[in-house]
Design a protein around this ligand. Structure first.
Ligand SMILES: NC(=O)c1ccc[n+]([C@@H]2O[C@H](COP(=O)([O-])OP(=O)(O)OC[C@H]3O[C@@H](n4cnc5c(N)ncnc54)[C@H](O)[C@@H]3O)[C@@H](O)[C@H]2O)c1
Length: 320
């Protein structure tokens, strides 16, 4: 099948594109290669994709609505997977307009491109566990109310779900939103805690531990996320409008994660305990029963296996 994937120079998009190509699909990948984190990492990922048969990369910004619409109209993909976005909770406190451009205007352009294509592709898009905001009922379930985001990033992801709902309702488009829970693994993101901690520990520097370590996260290995994404792209019998949690269904204490990372690196972590950061939530934990039932989602990677895989890649990539 022909699948259009946005954000293919990014962490999750790169892994998804590789999997789709390995399964014999044709992939057009879109990315604007912005410098939110080192562009070299994006170029290195993209170079690997470009070497694979069936792949074509396009340097395109989601705000270029006409180019995007022409691509979807002319190439006629069976599905569009929108992973391009401005990610990160903390950055949204200081750079709100980037989120408006990429996540709101860009997402509207994706919806419009799919709406006017013939046939209309299935649209799968990245939402986020951050839409659960300050909810305290764990695990987080798709049936919980999510009306109280506590960062602009979360608000844009919730807005994407609402925008998708209106397009499914008005134009019969099939839209599948996926709430990812803290994704990690090889080729990961340098702005995320696991990468930042690894970098600091290898340099012998202290790591900043927020909320005095009273944090837990549902860490989800990227291969498991890709398995869920493939379910969302290909599963039969889905409704026109769907939202799924994709998490590991285990909430790990942050200090346990740091301990395991330190043992894997052979380093005793030095920790600087700090208060909670604005926009952050103390705990995430995914109820994945719906994704299991409808997407065949079955995460299989505990952090005891995923962290060593990340560290092995990290050392090899940096030659350390
Ligand atoms: N990694 C996680 O833990 C996580 C958790 C929840 C949700 N998500 C969401 O999943 C998606 C993928 O995340 P990721 O971790 O791979 O992030 P990433 O930043 O590595 O990838 C996103 C890619 O999109 C590209 N991009 C950004 N704005 C663009 C624009 N306007 N036009 C074209 N390309 C643009 C970036 O250059 C980047 O390569 C994002 O939507 C993110 O919000 C990720």
């Amino acid at each position: 099948m022909r699948i259009l994937v946005t954000g293919t120079a990014g962490f999750i998009g790169f892994h998804l594109a590789r999997r789709l190509l390995a399964e014999g699909h044709e992939v057009v990948g879109i990315d604007n290669f912005n410098d939110y984190y080192p562009v070299k990492l994006k170029e290195d990922r993209h170079r690997l994709l470009e070497a694979l048969p069936g792949y074509r990369g396009e340097r395109l910004d989601l705000t270029e609505g006409e180019r995007l619409a022409a691509l979807v109209r002319d190439w006629r993909p069976a599905a569009v997977c929108n992973l391009a976005a401005q990610a990160g909770v903390r950055y949204s406190l200081t750079n709100p307009h980037v989120y408006q451009k990429a996540n709101l205007e860009g997402f509207l352009n994706i919806l419009e491109a799919c709406r006017h294509a013939d046939p209309q592709p299935r649209l799968v898009y990245a939402s986020s566990s951050s839409v659960y905001g300050g909810n305290t009922k764990l695990p987080f379930s798709e049936s919980d109310r999510v009306d109280t985001p506590i960062s602009l990033y979360a608000a844009t992801k919730k807005a994407n779900e609402l925008m998708a709902h209106s397009y499914s309702h008005l134009f019969g488009m099939q839209t599948i939103g996926l709430r990812f829970f803290t994704v990690y693994g090889p080729w990961g993101r340098p702005d995320m805690a696991m990468w930042i901690f690894t970098d600091a520990m290898l340099k012998g520097k202290p790591i900043k531990v927020f909320n005095h370590g009273q944090m837990s996260r549902d860490f989800t290995y990227v291969d498991d996320i890709v398995q869920g994404l493939c379910g969302a792209l290909f599963a039969p019998g889905l409704d026109n409008y769907e939202i799924f949690n994709l998490g590991n269904h285990r909430s790990e204490n942050l200090l346990d994660m740091i301990g395991l990372l330190g043992r894997t690196l052979g380093v005793e972590p030095k920790m600087e305990f700090l208060p909670m950061q604005d926009g952050d939530v103390p705990a995430t934990y995914a109820d994945v029963a719906k994704a299991q039932a409808k997407l065949g989602f079955s995460p299989t990677t505990p952090i005891a296996a995923g962290i060593p895989a990340f560290v092995e890649w990290y050392r090899e990539y940096h030659g350390i």
